[in-house]
Ligand binder design. Structure first.
Ligand code: SF4
Ligand code: SF4
Length: 221
C-alpha cells in the first residue's frame, strides 16, 4: 500500500486518535492528517502543548480512526451488532518539520500548513517518516461479502511488519476441529493439511482453545 493510499484512508475518516507516551502512561487526543508526500504523513500541533513535548521526547506516535457508524446496537437476543466499516491504525517514528523546510518544498499541497503557522506562530509540523499499520475491514453480518474480515498490513520507510493471525504448526493431526469453530472462515483445508489465512483471522482464539494437539500458536504471549 502506498503512502498516498494510507493517507486517503485516514483522510476519509478525518479526526483520529493520536497516542503518545508521557513518562510511563499513554496519552491520547483527537487530531488529523493534513497532507502527505514521499516522506510520510504530516500533522500539526503547537509547541506549547504536552503533545509537542511528548512527540519531541519519544519521537514516536500511534494513530487510529474508524470509518463506520460508531454506535453499537444490542439485539433482543443479547448480541451486539456493528455496522460494516473499517478502522485503520498506524504506529511509527516522527520528526519535527520546520516551516522553512515546508516553504522550501514549494508544494501547493502544503499551503494550509504555511497559512496555519502564520495564523498561529506556535504551530509546527511533524511527519511520520517510518511506520507500520493495518486496515481492519469488517462486515460481521456478511452483508457485502461472504466472510467477516479482511485485514491488510502495510509499512513504509523500512519499518518491519508481521503478518496478522494465528498459526498452525507441524503438530497438527488434521482433525478439522479448528475449521469447524472458526466463524471467520479463516481456516483453509487441503486434504488433512490446515492453514490459517491471517488476513481473515480475528485472533478470536476459538481454534487455539479447541485444538486437541496444541498445534496452534498466537502472538498474545
Ligand atoms: S484443531 Fe489442531 S490438530 Fe485439528 S486440524 Fe486444527 S490445528 Fe490441526
Ligand atoms: S483465531 Fe479465531 S478467527 Fe482466527 S483462525 Fe482461529 S478461530 Fe478463526
Amino acid at each position: 500500500m502506498t503512502i498516498q493510499e494510507i493517507f486517503k484512508h485516514f483522510d476519509k475518516i478525518g479526526c483520529c486518535t493520536f497516542a503518545t507516551v508521557d513518562r510511563d502512561y499513554p496519552e491520547t487526543r483527537i487530531a488529523h492528517f493534513l497532507v502527505y508526500d514521499e516522506e510520510g504523513l504530516y500533522f500539526m500541533t503547537m509547541n506549547t502543548k504536552p503533545f509537542y513535548k511528548q512527540l519531541k521526547k519519544t519521537g514516536k506516535v500511534s494513530v487510529c480512526g474508524l470509518s463506520a457508524k460508531s454506535t453499537v446496537e444490542e439485539t433482543a437476543e443479547g448480541n451486539l451488532v456493528f455496522d460494516a466499516g473499517y478502522f485503520i491504525r498506524l504506529t511509527g517514528d516522527v520528526r519535527e518539520v520546520t516551516i522553512e523546510e515546508i516553504r522550501a518544498k514549494n508544494d501547493p499541497a502544503f499551503a494550509y500548513c504555511i497559512a496555519d503557522q502564520e495564523r498561529y506562530p506556535a504551530m509546527t509540523a511533524f511527519v511520520i517518516y517510518r511506520a507500520k499499520g493495518e486496515i481492519f475491514d469488517y462486515d460481521f453480518e456478511k452483508e457485502h461479502r461472504d466472510h467477516k474480515l479482511e485485514r491488510e498490513r502495510f509499512s513504509y520507510g523500512d519499518f518491519p511488519v508481521t503478518a496478522p493471525g494465528l498459526t498452525i504448526t507441524e503438530n497438527c493431526i488434521g482433525c478439522g476441529t479448528c475449521a469447524s469453530v472458526c466463524t471467520f472462515d479463516a481456516i483453509e483445508a487441503q486434504g488433512n493439511q490446515y492453514r490459517i489465512n491471517g488476513n481473515r483471522c480475528d485472533e478470536c482464539g476459538n481454534c487455539f482453545i479447541s485444538c486437541p494437539a496444541d498445534a496452534i500458536t498466537h502472538k498474545g504471549i
